[in-house]
Design a protein around this ligand. Structure first.
Ligand SMILES: *[C@@H]1O[C@H](CO)[C@@H](O)[C@H](O)[C@H]1NC(C)=O
Ligand SMILES: *[C@@H]1O[C@H](CO)[C@@H](O)[C@H](O)[C@H]1NC(C)=O
Ligand SMILES: *[C@@H]1O[C@H](CO)[C@@H](O)[C@H](O)[C@H]1NC(C)=O
Ligand SMILES: *[C@@H]1O[C@H](CO)[C@@H](O)[C@H](O)[C@H]1NC(C)=O
Ligand SMILES: *[C@@H]1O[C@H](CO)[C@@H](O)[C@H](O)[C@H]1NC(C)=O
Length: 593
């Protein structure tokens, strides 16, 4: 209680006897007020400059460009290197349902699609090596795992009646050989009793079956048949020895993940026989995507390009609309309409004719990508194919919804949201009516199977990530930018206003009077008056203090400190921690006059 001799400690009790709140201070501090106004001004100016810098540097796009460029450990790079997506290969086989009648020449071939046989495709880029020039080299892998639960009751052990690819290919290749070779082949075919339509399991057809012809071919013509078992999916997924060179985006962020070269060339050598040295419409794979990432910052009128080895070419894609999936808005793409026309409409496609022989529109001759087997790639159910091809076999029901290829691509990142690439593998046979066992197949396009490589949506964690990056973050950055600009301007304006309109006119009510100069003067007068009545007041105050300290259980020392600082109006620089808050508030009140 000794400290109660402090000069102004009593004033409090007199001036505001009913107020129990210690921090409700009336003393104002002009120096502090000025300082606070200055701080406000600085904060305001900082806000304005931050907003302006954001306006001009576009931090979102800078960050995004940085993310889109591939480098060791980068986020987008990791998604490209080992896409954590659920990619499925679904296969439908063309089961022949009238083998006897067809072979007897009584009916045209009748087929029925059987499937889907579903496999999970674990698409990765292995052994990525970064080159000096803004590219990286990697080995693409596509291991398949059988997924019975998505195969709708189909089993790999299903038996079907399917074409004997080895026999038909032999016949087709040898058809133009010398008469002696042909006789030799025919004897071999009859000796081994090779039939053109044979019963086998789905798995055998897709991943390889033993065939005497393949075994013989492998033994005597290893440069043609370098495999021991012949299976169609097995051949389509033969990536042995392949490597890809892709752009990292260092040179141009839009290009990250796109192909620079495949197996060391910007084109596929299969298509280069009759052309010059450079890539052509048919052979070019440069700037194509392997499906893990498309160009970033896609323009709506931009033509994209997709490359899959089993198609033996890159395919151009055009935007046909927009759609919403996985929480993201995407551009919808289809392959261009004339992609498979062999030059009938688009003369640039003439190069798809092999040795001057063009297949009917809707089928591309990819013999050179399929080990010399007469394979033709088209769309499922001969969708968009020449009617002559479609009508030659019974059982095709083309439906754009089910059989065309679709990509939904997030246009800023270039990431695919939804994919369905659909192709049919056929055999386009030449004149083979002089070959044993295969007369009925002369000049025929025989369907073998069709596939869909698809992803129906992004996995949830990728959805969250992409919605965050592509939808939320840009908005947040915009909001921050405008809040900084507008808020900064407002603070600066308020602080300037406060600096100029101080002192304020004396207000009427007590609350505001406290902060005014007039009140300060009054306050000082009261202090003087009160000082005279020191002894009585000291006692009153001491009692009040004791009661108060008891009530609040505060440490006395601290209490005293608070009092000392609160009650020192002309001792401006001796402001202790507890009173700063109230001074700041006062300066605010002053600022908002
Ligand atoms: C394939 O067709 C044959 C008739 O030619 C039939 O016996 C067989 O059950 C079919 N296979 C499947 C899996 O539908
Ligand atoms: C896919 O491949 C990666 C590495 O090659 C492996 O770690 C992962 O387990 C594979 N996933 C599946 C589903 O096979
Ligand atoms: C970049 O370097 C790699 C490896 O050295 C090479 O294969 C590729 O052709 C080069 N690409 C360009 C665009 O120069
Ligand atoms: C398919 O056949 C193989 C060998 O003949 C057998 O091991 C496997 O269990 C069969 N699978 C089913 C689903 O029946
Ligand atoms: C796409 O449109 C933009 C302007 O909207 C134009 O500058 C550009 O040349 C167009 N590109 C193509 C390939 O048509």
């Amino acid at each position: 209680i000794r400290d109660f001799n402090e000069p102004f400690s009593y004033r409090y009790g007199i001036v505001d006897p009913h107020d129990d709140d210690d921090d409700d201070d009336d003393d104002d501090d002009e120096v502090c007020a000025k300082r606070c106004v200055l701080i406000l001004l600085i904060v305001g100016l900082l806000g304005i400059s931050t907003g302006t810098i954001m306006l001009f540097t576009d931090p979102y796009n800078t960050l995004f460009r940085y993310k889109a460029t591939f480098g060791e450990g980068g986020e987008m790079f990791n998604l490209w290197e080992k896409p954590p997506i659920e990619l499925y290969l679904r296969v439908w086989l063309w089961n022949v349902t009238n083998r006897e009648e067809f072979l007897a020449g009584k009916e045209k071939l009748r087929v029925q699609e059987v499937g889907p046989y579903t496999y999970r495709e674990n698409f990765t880029h292995e052994k990525v090596r970064f080159n000096e020039n803004g590219t990286m080299t990697s080995i693409p892998t596509h291991p398949l795992t059988w997924v019975p639960e998505l195969s709708e009751g189909r089993s790999e052990n299903d038996t079907l009646i399917l074409p004997n690819i080895a026999l038909l290919s032999f016949a087709n290749v040898m058809a133009d050989a010398s008469i002696f070779t042909r006789m030799g082949v025919n004897i071999l075919v009859r000796q081994t009793d090779s039939q053109p339509l044979v019963e086998m399991t789905a798995r055998e057809f897709m991943f390889g079956y033993e065939s005497p012809l393949v075994t013989l071919g492998n033994k005597f013509m290893p440069s043609w048949i370098m495999f021991e078992k012949l299976g169609l999916i097995d051949r389509m997924y033969d990536f042995e020895g392949d490597y890809e060179t892709d752009f990292t985006g260092e040179t141009d962020a839009r290009l990250s993940g796109l192909i620079d070269k495949y197996n060391g060339f910007p084109y596929l050598p299969h298509w280069r026989r009759e052309e010059g040295d450079g890539p052509t419409t048919c052979s070019n794979v440069q700037m194509a995507s392997d499906g893990t990432k498309f160009p970033s910052y896609i323009q709506p009128n931009q033509t994209l390009s997709f490359f899959r080895k089993s198609m033996c070419r890159s395919m151009k894609m055009v935007k046909v609309g927009e759609a919403f999936n996985s929480g993201l808005n995407g551009y919808l793409y289809n392959f261009v309409d004339d992609a498979l026309d062999n030059g009938k409409v688009n003369k640039d496609n003439k190069c798809f004719c092999r040795n001057g022989k063009c297949l009917p529109p809707g089928l591309i001759d990819v013999t050179d990508c399929y080990y010399g087997f007469p394979i033709a790639v088209g769309y499922p159910h001969m969708y968009l194919a020449d009617p002559s091809v479609r009508d030659a076999v019974e059982g095709f029901y083309p439906d754009p919804k089910k059989h065309r290829t679709e990509f939904l691509i997030e246009p800023v990142s270039g990431m695919p949201i939804k994919v369905a690439v659909r192709n049919q593998i056929n055999m386009a046979l030449g004149t083979i009516d002089h070959m044993a066992h295969v007369q009925q197949f002369s000049n025929m396009v025989l369907p073998l199977l069709w596939t869909e490589i698809g992803m129906s949506e992004l996995p949830p964690f990728m959805q969250t990530k992409f919605v965050m990056y592509m939808v939320v973050l840009p908005v947040v950055v915009q909001v921050l930018q405008w809040v900084s600009l507008v808020g900064g301007a407002a603070l600066a304006a308020v602080s300037l206003l406060a600096a100029f309109c101080n002192p304020c006119a004396p207000p009427d009510d007590v609350e505001t009077r406290r902060s005014s100069r007039a009140w300060l003067q009054q306050d000082a007068d009261v202090n003087k008056a009160v000082r005279k009545q020191l002894p009585e007041l000291l006692i009153v105050e001491a009692e009040r203090q004791a009661a108060h300290a008891l009530k609040h259980g505060m440490a006395r020392e601290r209490e005293m400190q608070v009092y000392r600082s609160l009650l020192a109006p002309d001792d401006a620089n001796d402001v202790s921690g507890s009173s700063t808050a109230s001074s700041r508030r006062t300066s605010f009140e002053q600022a908002y006059c």
